[in-house]
Design a protein around this ligand. Sequence first.
Ligand code: ADP
Length: 502
Amino acid sequence: MTKLKEILALVRSINADEFHVQITNGGRLDDVYKELLFLSEKMESKKNRTDLIIDHISNCYAGDFFHKLPISDAQDELDVFCMGFNTYIEELKAVMVSKNLLEVINKKLVEEKERSNQLVRVKDEFMSNMSHEIRTPLNGILGFTDLLLKNTSLDSEAKKQLDSIKISGDILLVIINDILDLLKIESGQITLRQEPFNLRGLAQFIYDTFSIQMREKEIDFNVSIDKNVPAVFIGDSIRISQILFNLVSNAFKFNHLKGKVELKIRLDREENGYHFVEISVKDTGIGIPSDKINSIFNPFIQVSNDTSRKYGGTGLGLAVIKKIITIMNGEIHVKSKLGTGSKFTTIIPLLKSTSDPFVFQPVISNNQETILANDDKVKVLVAEDNHINQLLMRTVLKKFNFDCTIVANGKLAIEALKNERFDIILMDLMMPEMNGFEATSVIRNLEDVEKKNIPIIALTAVVTGSDIDACISLGIDKYLSKPFESSELYKMIIELVQSNKT
Ligand code: ADP
């Protein structure tokens, strides 16, 4: 009877199906009892293992991934589950490790980026300073040489010597500009302007620029532009003229006496709204050996070691223009035959402009000193801290017959503007006490509408892209980098003063 009770208790605790199997197999009561006992123990063990698994999973959930679920000898469905779970945990662990690794790498990358940003800032500052330090004295040298060269009482020997100073200074300026350009391009700081410009006007400008060399070297210089080339494009006219200037200047430099130079502009194709303009410069000069032709676009490469002694230059010009052309999504190629000549061809995509570029109406004659009557005197306020440049500005502006007041920093410029009426301000950007950026910002926020809107020209030796952008965003009207041609300054002043008056 007790046995029967035990059996019933066991039956209640186990799966009815398994019990049914035993009964229908016709086993003896003892056998059934043993079987039931075995099943019951098995179930007890399963229950304990299930509890263990639940515990384990809870620990995993709390973050403990380091212990595996135990696998028993039973090799039952719980073991299959445990094996699957252990694999899953292994994979999860691998993902966690990669995630941690990624976090570490990410942190490192953020630190690296910050460090490189800082380096770029330091480089930018260095370029700014270097540019300023070199260009400022050069401005004095070239400016005064220009003024002296206009002095008609000079004897021919003195004039020759002054010409040499001017040529050397100009070359130094080209070298400084090339080095700075290369630095700017390499640090990704070059920004291309997108303004309407007249390509035909640029070609004319290049022709005029080389007219002296044309006569001196008796070079037959020919410029031709296909009729279907639009006059006005949108792009960076300064960079395009830099490209034209470099190619034509090399064609003159590496040419023989009485040689030929041809500048041709034609339309290569129209694609996606862009005109692909082909500019080619062909010369009958010394040519380039075939084994050197691929390296001439690399910085500081000249065809032979005595090139710089014989022809001057640094081997930077082509490297700079190739980089600029690449930034413009253009291309440049060269074909050359030693002793016969070279042909450089560049294709640049340019947007056609629907509007005409602003064309400056010249109000000046060649004799700049006598254009404006005395009662018409333009009143110029100059903010400039360098004494030599102050003297140069005074002399140049006096020659233009302008009235000029010179102050040494931005703070004094604001004071002067508040106390007196001026037509225009020439603002140096790097000055002690208060720089040109700060002073412009204060002026543009003045209450007096006339003073607040006074035209401002930034005259500076600083040439970084960020500085130019800062000038524009502050409301500086024009930007002239030192050293500058006095006639260019004159044009700018007259243009701004006249348009402000009207
Ligand atoms: P640079 O003219 O200042 O030396 P570039 O980068 O403009 O520098 O030119 C690199 C070199 O390529 C020159 O030094 C010269 O050897 C060669 N080269 C460039 N243009 C010509 C040309 N039209 N004819 C012959 N050689 C040229």
